[in-house]
Write a protein that binds this ligand. Structure first.
Ligand code: DP6
Length: 330
């Protein structure tokens, strides 16, 4: 018997960053983090549970997945059911893959949810979040919409290290203006980058030590809908993370010239009285948080510095999608 399910998840942008692991095999973080889901950008994934084939079939954005990507997908399916049959996975993003826009977050969240639906295992959201985390850490935050915290957890097996919704999407209608500096794949992936930072950056202990206070401050700012307060701590966490990246041996620099130009545009906007705050992840693209009403002015100002600008709102929960009646499950 073949069973099939399709799920959709949004990427998330960390306000307080995850960079560093206390357990690399289980993807347990060295720091807590907090993110917001991005509306409109999404990953859609279909899992067919039980195909007549010698190996899993993994298709990413219309092409066969690389052996490395396919192995990560298969490993996640094993967490849903170690006795599982061979599966077919088809996944696609409607935004650039691997360019610091958290594509692995939405990918593994959608995969965990679709696989659970196809297998009929009925894990709860926290369990699915802990499973998605093992595919990619930040994915544990993409099971929910709105504002999501990732508590580090204490258990050795990681079952308590999963996302937790701080506030749903409709709690706070802010805009995230994404300035696409470069849509290509990043030179160093987050996984290798954060391991190298932990190994060689002399400032890493300070990064780990100061993260819980940033998390508490960001949580308070989200609950109070205080954008300036959130913006300040987001930039602080961002700059501390990039400082540890830069001072890793060998140095990791995700910024490109247009990244810095965009930061200068944001600072100029603030001097003009427009509330806008920036953040960057493991890539050159810049995400700017502002009030909805200010988004057109912010987008216009950034358009001069970069190739493409997208204005996004806050996204909702990861969901299972109804079956397409034209392509019913076999
Ligand atoms: C800079 O979740 O991609 O975006 O757990 O190794 O798969 P792995 O890393 P990943 O790292 C994301 C790092 C970040 C910050 C963040 O999203 O919190």
């Amino acid at each position: 018997m073949k069973r099939r399910a399709t799920a959709q998840a949004h990427p998330n942008i960390a306000v307080v960053k995850y960079w560093g692991k206390r357990d690399a095999a289980l993807n347990l973080p060295a720091v807590p983090s907090l993110s917001v889901a991005l509306e409109r950008f999404c990953t859609r994934t279909t899992v067919e549970w039980g195909i007549d084939a010698a190996a899993d079939s993994v298709e990413i954005n219309g092409k066969a997945g690389s052996p490395k990507a396919a192995a990560r997908v298969s490993a996640l399916l094993d967490l849903i059911d170690p006795q599982r049959p061979r599966c077919r996975v088809q996944t696609a993003n409607n935004f650039p893959t691997a360019a610091g826009l958290a594509s692995s977050a939405s990918a593994f969240a959608a995969l965990a949810l679709a696989a659970d639906g196809a297998a009929g295992t009925q894990f709860n959201r926290n369990q699915l979040s802990a499973i998605a985390r093992q595919g990619s850490g930040s994915a544990c935050r993409s099971l929910w919409g709105g504002w999501v915290e990732w508590r580090m957890g204490e258990a050795d097996d990681g079952h308590d290290s999963h996302g937790l919704q701080v506030a749903p999407a409709d709690h706070w209608d802010i805009a995230v203006v994404v300035a696409m500096v470069n849509e290509g794949e990043k030179p160093v992936d987050s996984r290798g980058g954060m391991l190298a930072t932990a190994r060689s950056c002399p400032f890493y202990p300070a990064w780990v030590e100061t993260a819980p206070a940033d998390l508490a401050e960001a949580r308070r700012a989200v609950i109070a809908r205080d954008l300036e307060r959130l913006g300040r701590v987001m930039e602080w966490s961002t700059l501390k993370m990039h400082a540890t990246m830069l001072t890793t041996e060998p140095s990791i620099r995700y910024w490109q010239p247009a990244t810095l130009s965009t930061v200068q545009v944001v600072e100029e906007l603030r001097r003009q009285g427009i509330g806008a705050w920036y953040t960057m992840d493991a890539g050159p693209n810049v995400k700017v948080f502002c009030e909805r009403a200010d988004a057109p002015a912010v987008a216009r100002a950034m358009a001069g510095a970069v190739n493409r600008v997208e204005v996004l709102g806050v996204g909702g929960d990861a969901v299972l999608l109804p079956e397409d009646p034209e392509h019913p499950s076999p």
